[in-house]
Design a protein around this ligand. Structure first.
Ligand code: PRX
Length: 656
């Protein structure tokens, strides 16, 4: 087995960790689940009788027509949930609350990077979602049509998603850090009919020209009939081109539109969204989530994992362009009637106190963020959080990558002042929602462990043969409502990626270890996916970008440990004959990656080499490149075609 993470180091850390933390009496007193026996009881019930368990939770939500069968695996590996049920997630996120005391409660509390702000109550959200849905209809968007959303973190992002969901259109949100090329690939893959974007967005005091990125992306995409452009700053536009007939300012389209658009009664298995993520091949995959199961699962996980209370101010810092933002900024919290804090810009703008300043001013009670940001905060120094009153915080969460115990302890002591439980939540784009996690009112936590499975999740650690073992590969042995239903347009890849390792068992691609208490310790990806700052990047995807460049003949990309990002990327490249290897070429290649994927995918280091280590059959030996990067002694190189290549590379790697 190949652990891309530094396996040995991780295992040692895990084996050494003996600290344990119990939820405080105060937290427990108000928690939805405050006794571990209750968790155990509910968990056992959920595994023994999943249909009854999930039915009961689903009944807390609104259904136009009740389902006939809770789960159906006739068509494995595709499972159906709440079969023949009719519902609408937008209705459940918005309309359901209008009949309750939440009607005038804040749903989204937003602050832009320059400090502008907006608060939308559930009533306001309903009005905006209804109007947006009517605008989509006006442009001819219908049930099943794919809509690309390329927006910054502004309320319109959540509104447009809910508007699509309201009429049964499939949204595919693209993180606003992706390049034109990446947008183009996604637009073409899903044959999107419409793109929603903004004229710009603020990032570290600069304006990001989103509309021009979209213009470049779709110039040859005939499937796109219309582009909706939202003014980032109402009343004044950033300069951008509006192509007559295709592009429309949203504020003009919405003028005079009715604020009443009844939610479509959708089938449980109607597609809700596509979200592209990296895999082990060169092409990102469109992960398919459907309506009913995803709704019930995000509702339940948000309710229990974040122990949501009506008075909470919940801040999930993830961009909505990633799954975390889908499930725990938009759907999970809104299904629960929560108040969500939303922030547009960079965490260190105008200074490194911005996050703490936001928590103090808005009285955030729950902070859900990524280890990479926690490590950056640690580096920036305790003086920043110390300037602010963080006493409103009652619960902390992390997601996206393994958290090292040191960062966990810092989060616990410096931010949580020792009183806030930490929920380290393991899950994936594909799982739809949180899978392995503490429940904050009852689970004893251990720094670095995601602890125990959520209700209905039959998780285990298996060896290659599918036998339960202490260290090995994480596996999910039973279906769950939030599971992906497929990869858009590629059923074969769906089967091969997730269901071919062991029969009828979901293979997530992570290495893991289980301790004597049955706690899970996630060790990182075991496939060719690198987790950079919690963002998944396929090494094959990056390699194909390099060889598309005219100067590059070959490339091999690996993940290496990184102090802040968790993992960083190192690319080994071979230039074609006639091209000079220079600093300029390195800069050009970095720009090339930015252009092809986005800045976040640019490797830390690009190492030029006259050759790459290969087997006699011509396969690049990435394991040896990893050994070089880890500073390990180079082991068995007998299968190498030319052993001299390695020494030269090693010397080069260590040179700078
Ligand atoms: O390797 C695991 C890591 O992130 C991967 C999923 O990435 P993505 O689909 O982008 O979703 C990220 C947000 C849910 C997983 O395969 N991962 C996620 N959460 C954790 C984690 N690794 C360790 N601990 C976690 N809490």
């Amino acid at each position: 087995m190949v652990f891309v993470m530094n396996e040995k180091h991780q295992l040692e850390t895990v084996l050494d960790e003996v600290r344990e933390f119990s939820p405080s009496k105060e937290f427990r007193a108000k928690a939805t689940i405050s006794s571990f026996d209750d968790y155990r009881g509910m968990y056992e019930e959920s595994i023994k009788n999943p249909d009854a368990f999930w039915s009961k939770i689903a009944e807390e939500l609104h259904w136009f027509k009740k389902w006939d069968k809770t789960s159906n695996g006739d068509d494995k590996p595709v499972f159906k949930w709440f079969e023949n049920g009719r519902t609408n997630i937008s209705y459940n996120c918005v309309d359901r609350h209008l009949e309750s005391s939440f009607r005038n409660k804040a749903a989204i509390v937003w602050e832009g990077e320059p400090g502008d702000h907006r608060i939308l109550t559930y009533w306001d959200l309903s009005r905006e979602v209804n109007k947006f849905a009517n605008v989509l209809k006006k442009l001819g968007v219908e049930h099943g049509d794919r809509v690309i959303i390329y927006l910054p973190m502004i309320p319109d992002l959540a509104i447009s998603m809910l508007a699509c969901a309201r009429i049964g259109a499939v949204h595919s949100v693209i993180f606003a850090g992706f390049s034109s090329e990446s947008i183009k690939d996604r637009v073409l893959d899903c044959q999107a009919k419409l793109v929603i974007t903004a004229d710009g967005s603020w990032r570290r005091g600069n304006v990001l020209q989103l509309k021009s990125i979209v213009d470049k992306a779709i110039q040859n995409c005939d499937c796109v009939k219309d582009v909706i452009v939202i003014q980032r700053k109402p009343g004044s536009s950033f300069p951008c081109q509006i192509q007559a007939g295709r592009d429309h300012w949203y504020h003009r389209l919405v003028d005079g539109v009715s604020m009443n658009c009844p939610a479509e009664e959708l089938d449980s298995e109607d597609m809700l969204f596509l979200l592209y993520t990296s895999g082990t091949t060169g092409k990102p995959k469109g992960v398919v989530h459907t309506t009913g199961g995803y709704m019930v699962y995000t509702y339940a996980t948000a309710k229990y994992v974040f122990d949501l209370k009506p008075e909470d101010m919940f801040w999930c810092t993830a961009d909505i362009g990633w799954i975390t933002g889908h499930s725990y900024f938009v759907y999970g919290p809104l299904l629960n009637g929560a108040t969500c804090l939303m922030y547009e810009g960079a965490p260190d703008w105008p200074d490194r106190g911005r996050v703490w300043d936001l928590i103090e001013r808005y009285g955030a009670t729950i902070l859900y963020t990524a280890p990479t940001l926690i490590r950056a905060f640690m580096k920036w120094g305790n003086e920043w959080p110390a300037k602010y009153d963080l006493s409103t915080l009652r619960l902390l969460g992390t997601v996206g990558e393994p958290i090292n115990p040191e960062a966990w302890m810092w989060y616990h002591e410096t931010i949580g002042e020792g009183k806030c439980p930490i929920v380290d939540t393991w899950w994936q784009t594909e799982t739809g929602g949180i899978m392995i996690t503490p429940l904050p009112g009852c689970t004893v936590t251990k720094p670095g462990s995601a602890t125990l499975p959520f209700f209905g999740i039959d998780a285990d650690v298996l060896n290659e043969d599918g036998q339960s073992s202490q260290a090995g590969i994480l596996a999910i042995k039973k279906p769950w409502p939030g599971m992906l239903r497929g990869i858009y347009g590629d059923p074969q890849r769906f089967k091969e990626s997730y269901w071919s390792k062991w029969p009828d068992i979901y293979f997530p691609g992570d290495g893991a270890k289980k301790d004597a208490n049955g706690y899970f310790w996630i060790l990182g990806r075991i496939d060719d996916v690198v987790n950079v700052s919690g963002h998944r990047i396929g090494t094959a995807e990056l390699e194909s970008v390099f060889v598309e460049h005219e100067a590059i003949a070959e490339s091999a990309v690996i993940g290496v440990e990184h102090e802040i990002k968790g993992q960083g990327l190192v690319a080994f490249v071979t230039a074609k004959d006639g091209y000079e290897v220079s600093n300029d070429l390195e800069i050009e290649l970095k720009d090339w990656v930015t252009e092809k994927i986005g800045k976040f995918a640019v490797p830390e280091r690009i190492i030029f080499s006259a050759d790459l280590p290969k087997t006699r059959s011509g396969k690049i030996m990435r394991r040896l490149l990893r050994d070089i990067a880890d500073g390990k002694a180079l082991g068995n190189v007998a299968t190498l075609a030319d052993a001299g290549v390695l020494d030269a590379l090693k010397a080069k790697y260590e040179e700078d």
